[in-house]
Ligand binder design. Structure first.
Ligand code: 5GP
Length: 185
């Protein structure tokens, strides 16, 4: 653990290693290649948290596909989400009739994705699927079906591999639990 030694010092522990992530992303790519065979999905990266996962994942999918980027903000404190979602950056092209795959970093209460699913249903996508790197099922507040999840994790605030606290830690190659002293000071 000598790389990123300064930021690793802010972690309580490592939860998912880069090796575990790489394997899970490969497996997920293979699964999506199978499940979307014969289709041309539009993969939608939910910025910024999913950006690292997204760029790794799409290279593991052996299908013709297109990519889009969307940014949403949820109002609330930086370690808890409120479910009130605002689209800060929308897609470049319409998704009418397309098989939409929403790629998210983490599902917590489920409010963000539940809102986005409705948005894409209203836009008349042919289908809307959800792929998440991490899932915290214990925190779910809405009934949301997550078809594709790489890791279920306990209720803790995590950073790394794209996930931030106050815009930092996205560059950690592993996923770790942020030490509470960082956000309670
Ligand atoms: P939800 O709407 O499911 O409650 O929240 C999803 C969003 O909350 C995620 O996209 C992410 O931005 C944020 N979030 C939830 N839990 C965590 C966490 O443990 N770490 C980080 N960095 N963000 C989180």
């Amino acid at each position: 653990m000598d790389t990123n030694a300064k930021i690793y010092g802010d972690l309580e522990k490592i939860l998912v290693t880069r090796e575990q992530i790489a394997k899970a992303v490969k497996d997920m790519g293979r699964q999506l290649t199978q499940d979307f065979a014969g289709k041309e999905p539009v993969m939608i990266c939910i910025l910024k948290g999913a950006s690292v996962f997204f760029t790794d994942l799409i290279r593991e999918i052996d299908l013709p596909l297109t990519t889009e980027f969307m940014a949403v903000s949820s109002y609330g404190s930086s370690t808890k989400s409120t479910g009130v979602v605002k689209i800060v950056k929308d897609l470049d092209k319409p998704v009418t009739g397309r098989d939409v795959v929403l790629v998210e970093d983490i599902v917590d209460s489920g409010m963000t994705l539940s809102y986005l699913k409705k948005v894409f249903a209203n836009r008349e996508a042919a289908s809307v699927s959800i792929v998440t790197l991490l899932d915290k099922p214990a925190r779910r507040r809405v009934d949301l079906q997550v078809q594709y999840s790489c890791f279920n994790i306990p209720d803790a605030f995590v950073v790394g591999y794209g996930l931030d606290y106050d815009e930092k830690y996205r560059n950690l190659p592993d996923i770790g639990v942020l030490h509470p002293r960082i956000y309670t000071k």
